[in-house]
Design a protein around this ligand. Structure first.
Ligand SMILES: [Mn+2]
Length: 283
C-alpha cells in the first residue's frame, strides 16, 4: 500500500515519501519500524481536498518509493544519507517516515552538504546526549549530532532532558519549551522564529512525542504536557514553504490502536497541502 494520493512516478514527482524501517536504538517502547505501514493505511481515511488551502493533493506531484529496512544504526546512516542525497539532487523534497529519531541525522547531513540549512525540530526531548546506551548515534543524541554538523537548531516543544543536556543545548540551540509556548501561545513563538528561518532552507523534523500523549499516546517515549495537533498544524503550515526536507518519527502504532498514525498521516497531508498551495496553485 502506498500513501494516499501519492501515485506519481518518481521522475515527475516533486515530493518523495519513503519509509525508514529502523528502531534499533529505541529503549522504552520500540516498534516505530511499523509506523510507515500504519501511517500509509491511516492516510486513506482522508479526503484529497483541503478546504482551507482550497487545494487538491495532486497524484502527479507525490511519489511513495516504499520502505527500506535496516538492521543497525551505522548501515541506516550511510544508506539513508545516500538515498536522501539522490532525492535532493533530483530536485525533490524528501519526506521520511520513521522509524526512530536517529534517522534525522543522515537526512540533515545529506542536505547540509549541498546548502546552508537550519533545522527546526519539534520534540518533547532535547536529544543532546553524548551517547545513549553506548551509541553516539542513538535517538536521544540526534539534536546534538545535527548541531555537530554546524547546522543551527531551533527546538520547539521541549519538556525533557538531563541537566547536562540542558547545559549543552542552551549554548547552541534556540529552545522553545512547552512552558514558554503555554505562556505566550504558539503564534507568538512562530513570530519569534520567523526572522531566524527567513530566506533559509529549513529541514523540518517532527518527533510525534512533541504532541501531548492524550493526542498521540503511541510513541517511543511519551511525555505529558505537550502540543495539540492543531498547534502543530499551525506551525507546519507556517514553516512549510521553506522546507527542503521533512521527517516524521517515533510513532509506535502497536501502543495505541493506530491513533498516533492517524494524526501523523493527517499532519503529513497538511504539510503537502500547504506546500502544493504555495508551490503550484497560488502565484
Ligand atoms: Mn522525543
Amino acid at each position: 500500500m502506498i500513501f494516499a494520493d501519492s501515485g506519481s512516478d518518481y521522475a515527475s514527482s516533486k515530493y518523495v515519501i519513503h519509509g525508514v524501517l529502523f528502531d534499533g536504538t529505541s529503549s522504552f517502547r520500540s516498534g516505530s519500524r511499523w509506523a510507515p505501514e500504519a501511517v500509509r493505511k491511516a492516510s486513506h481515511n482522508y479526503e484529497p481536498y483541503d478546504f482551507e488551502c482550497d487545494c487538491e493533493l495532486l497524484e502527479s506531484l507525490v511519489c511513495d518509493i516504499g520502505d527500506t529496512e535496516y538492521g543497525n544504526v551505522d548501515d541506516m546512516i550511510v544508506d539513508l544519507e545516500a538515498t536522501t542525497s539522490r532525492i535532493v539532487e533530483d530536485g525533490k523534497v524528501p519526506i521520511a517516515l520513521g522509524g526512530e529519531h536517529s534517522l534525522t541525522f543522515p537526512c540533515v547531513r545529506a542536505l547540509a552538504n549541498k546548502m546552508e540549512l537550519i533545522a527546526v525540530i519539534f520534540d518533547a526531548h532535547l536529544d543532546f546526549k553524548e551517547n545513549y546506551l553506548g551509541n553516539e548515534c542513538g535517538h536521544a543524541c540526534v539534536s546534538r549530532n545535527v548541531f555537530g554538523l554546524s547546522v543551527p537548531l531551533i527546538q520547539i516543544g521541549i519538556r525533557s532532558g538531563a541537566r547536562d543536556e540542558y547545559e549543552r543545548a542552551l549554548d547552541t540551540s534556540a529552545i522553545y519549551t512547552m512552558d514558554r509556548i503555554r505562556g505566550v501561545g504558539i503564534k507568538k513563538i512562530l513570530k519569534d522564529i520567523a526572522p531566524l528561518v527567513e530566506n533559509k532552507a529549513v529541514y523540518l523534523s517532527i518527533d510525534m512525542d512533541v504532541l501531548d500523549p492524550a493526542y498521540a499516546p503511541g510513541v517511543g517515549n511519551p511525555e505529558p504536557y505537550g502540543l495539540t495537533p492543531l498547534e502543530l498544524r499551525t506551525a507546519i503550515r507556517e514553516i512549510s514553504s521553506r522546507v527542503v526536507g521533512f521527517d516524521m518519527v517515533e510513532i509506535t502504532p502497536d501502543y495505541d490502536m493506530g491513533i498516533s498514525a492517524l494524526v501523523g498521516a493527517k499532519l503529513v497531508r497538511d504539510f503537502l497541502f500547504a506546500r502544493i498551495m504555495t508551490d503550484y496553485e497560488k502565484p
